[in-house]
Design a protein around this ligand. Structure first.
Ligand code: SAM
Ligand code: SF4
Length: 331
């Protein structure tokens, strides 16, 4: 028998919660953050206890999967303690994290032991100079060491997320594809979205998933589409026809997947967003700190989901960019 669920006015049932545990980061990817950035005061960031309580409320209406993100989640001290706390929440079936990998070599074992189920590591290039150009910092070697450490402690099916930027990362695609195949990593390319800190995005800088796929088929090998495990999964995955490895494409700009979206998000300071591109927010931190009951928090969540729009409309004339950049939302 299924319990209550979080359904919007288009019939989409919500199962996924993305939790930003910090807006801070140890690098400055240009597509996410400005070079100079002012982070939230720590007192304004949800505590682990507050995140756990909210997760319990979300789980009571059918949320099953949590993704910890940020900012860089591994810069939040004691992240593995939070994983342990969320593991105890009834109804939560999977806890995942998305990281830039820089601190992974130090934390992989603790995260694994705490019960983290899945890891996505963001990596756009294997060229140290290009890494610095994108992230405005050094650290490629640390990311690779982090991936190695995560595999060693037991994480399987680690995903590599690569943002593809036209005029910048074309030459990184084949080396990344080859690296992922050799290391048994699932590679996913993400189209550049209008969430950069400097508001420089325009549609001409988007390298579409289909153009990347053509390049990979030409240079690496034929691909065969794999059936989606879940209808709500944003990526279209392909297997190499020789059986060695997979590559996927998340194409929010050229092929939006809003119709099957099952995600809601909480920012580091406890604002609930019903979409990455939402221009409205519901202040859960205020409710928590003013002593609201679980039912009052739930009412706010239900109201937010009820107002979710059909789609983000990036390609429409009326599209309004959210005030927040990606690091202030949580990707
Ligand atoms: N710091 C972690 C990391 O980089 O993996 C987690 C947070 S980051 C905001 C989450 C994901 O969003 C990363 O894979 C990053 O590459 C992606 N991202 C950031 N800005 C983006 C943008 N404007 N368009 C598409 N993806 C973006
Ligand atoms: Fe930091 Fe991730 Fe944003 Fe890069 S994408 S600046 S690693 S939060």
């Amino acid at each position: 028998m299924s319990g209550p669920s979080l359904i919007d006015s288009f019939g989409r049932v919500h199962k996924n919660l993305r939790v930003s545990v910090t807006d801070r980061c140890n690098i400055r990817c240009f597509y996410c953050m400005p070079e100079v950035v002012k982070f939230l005061p720590r007192k304004d960031v949800l505590t682990f206890e507050e995140i756990t309580r909210l997760t319990r409320v979300f789980a009571s209406v059918g949320i099953e999967r949590i993704r910890l993100t940020g900012g860089e989640p591994l810069t939040r001290r004691g992240l593995s303690n939070l994983v342990g706390m969320l593991k105890e929440v009834e109804g939560i079936k999977e806890i995942a994290a998305t990281t830039n990998g820089l601190l992974l070599a130090d934390q992989a074992a603790d995260l694994w032991e705490a019960g983290l189920d899945r890891l996505n590591v963001s990596l756009d290039t294997l060229d140290a100079g290009k890494f610095k150009q994108i992230t405005r910092r050094n650290g490629l070697d640390k990311v690779i060491a982090g991936i190695d450490a995560a595999q060693e402690v037991g994480f399987e099916n680690i995903r590599i997320n690569a943002v593809a930027i036209k005029g910048l990362t074309e030459s990184d695609i084949i080396p990344l594809a080859t690296f992922a195949r050799q290391r048994e990593l699932e590679l996913r390319f993400i189209e550049f979205m209008p969430l950069d800190g400097d508001q420089q995005w325009d549609s001409t800088s988007v390298m579409t998933g289909s153009s990347i796929r053509e390049l990979i088929e030409r240079e690496v090998g034929a691909l065969v589409e794999v059936e989606r495990k879940l209808a709500s999964q944003p990526a279209k995955d392909f297997a190499y026809s020789d059986g060695q490895g997979r590559v996927g494409f998340i194409d929010p700009v050229s092929a939006p997947f809003c119709a099957a979206c099952d995600r809601v998000r909480i920012t580091a300071e406890g604002k609930l967003r019903n979409c990455l591109f939402s221009t409205e927010e519901w202040n859960l931190l205020e409710l928590l700190r003013e002593g609201a009951t679980d039912q009052e928090i739930l009412d706010s969540i239900v109201q937010s989901v009820a107002q979710k729009k059909a789609g983000h409309g990036i390609d429409s004339e009326e599209f309004v960019r959210p005030r927040r950049a990606m690091y202030q939302i949580g990707g």
